[in-house]
Design a protein around this ligand. Structure first.
Ligand code: TYM
Length: 349
């Protein structure tokens, strides 16, 4: 495991020309191909160009019930998976949200400038609370915590999948409102959504986004830790259509094939035209599914090997996360103090 002390902070402090990036991921279920292609792969590929903060958002995870032991082990497991996927602690700050109290405190300060109506209209809140008997205050407040995550780092860019766009837009609204009320304090962040891969769909139902919530359904998701045989089986069962044309398409009836081609495109990094060439000689959908499975298996194989090595040394993983938290605190702590000062709190002497 590569670590280089406080390099990431030094870059942050001395190089004002590099854009700042913040993104987060919940340790609430097994990471899947949607998380990897919509977010993690892009984070890893573009670390050199930016000053990066990546956060495992355990406080967000507990807005819905979690088994404590499972949450604890999943949090470390997500950290190991991010490192295995190429996040490099010498080029990014990787940390656990609850290790940096500025996030929860910042959330409170931002709550006090956020109209409740802004939260009630969030589609993810409506989806997650629909039909639930008990809905926590935390679930409603979820996007304000997410805004605190982002704006406490003066992030310019927030690379996320399509489903998080509305939350990032809310963070923009909250930052702008605070700036109007108290004077220029926060950078107003931009969501950065990949052109392809932003919405990887379920293999069993290409009308539904691949998600941790539906992961238990047979053939829905490819988990990043699935064995090759399991991955082959999931793709073999993938829902397509009754035709035989292998082409990118916006037609909802062709969403299954479009999803498979999108997965292939992001994994291989090829252009749409090159992908079309690759499948010119394909013998039907069976062939398409087998080839997509093959590139996914080859992409995940080295990640899985690195993951298992990293999980073999939990002490090293924990100390790396502790260093990440220190680096994150060094950036978000002073910002939080500035916010407190602006709203009129007496700072401790
Ligand atoms: P989470 O944990 O649900 O997902 C992590 C990232 O994976 C993306 N993603 C997908 N992309 C494409 N296709 C899919 N099927 C798919 N499923 C998930 C998500 O868009 C996300 O980018 N609220 C966030 C976590 C968060 C955060 C933040 C993100 C908390 N604070 C600050 C950015 C900045 C979430 O629940 O992501």
């Amino acid at each position: 495991m590569q670590t280089q002390g406080t390099d990431a902070v030094m870059v942050t402090e001395t190089d004002g020309t590099k854009k700042r990036v913040f993104s987060g991921i919940q340790p609430s279920g097994e990471l899947h191909l949607g998380n990897y292609l919509g977010a993690i792969k892009g984070w890893a590929d573009r670390q050199n160009e930016k000053v990066n903060f990546f956060c495992i958002v355990d406080l967000h995870a507990i807005t819905v019930p979690q088994d404590p032991e499972t949450l604890r082990s999943r949090t470390r497991s997500v950290a190991a998976m991010l490192l295995a996927s190429g996040l490099d602690p010498s080029r990014c700050t990787l940390f656990i949200q609850s290790h940096v109290p500025a996030h929860a405190e910042g959330c409170w300060l931002l709550n006090c400038v956020t109209p409740i109506g802004w939260l009630e209209r969030m589609t993810q809140f409506k989806d997650k609370s629909a039909g639930q008997q008990r809905v926590s205050t935390g679930l409603l407040d979820y996007p304000v915590l997410m805004a605190a995550d982002i704006i406490l780092y003066d992030a310019d860019e927030v690379p996320v999948g399509d489903d998080q766009k509305q939350h990032v837009e809310l963070a923009r609204d909250i930052a702008s409102r605070f700036n109007r009320l108290y004077g220029e304090t926060f950078v107003v962040p931009e969501p950065v959504i990949p052109e392809v891969g932003a919405r990887v769909m379920g293999l069993n139902d290409p009308a539904v986004k691949m998600s941790k919530t539906h992961s238990a359904a047979r053939g829905h998701a490819v988990a990043m830790l699935d064995e090759p045989e399991e991955i082959e089986r999931s793709f073999r069962r993938a829902v397509t259509d009754s035709g035989n044309e292998i082409a990118f398409s916006d037609d909802p009836a062709k969403a299954g094939v479009n999803n498979l081609l999108g997965i292939y495109k992001v994994v291989t990094g090829r252009s749409k035209d090159d992908v079309a060439w690759d499948f010119e000689d394909a013998r039907g959908y069976g062939d398409l599914k087998a080839r997509v499975a093959e590139v996914v298996i080859e992409e995940l194989r080295p990640i899985q090997q690195r993951y298992h090595r990293l999980m073999g040394d939990v002490g090293e993983l924990d100390s790396l996360l502790a260093r990440g938290a220190e680096q994150a605190e060094a950036v978000s702590g002073p910002k939080l103090r500035e916010v407190k000062e602006r709203v009129g709190l007496v700072l401790p002497g």
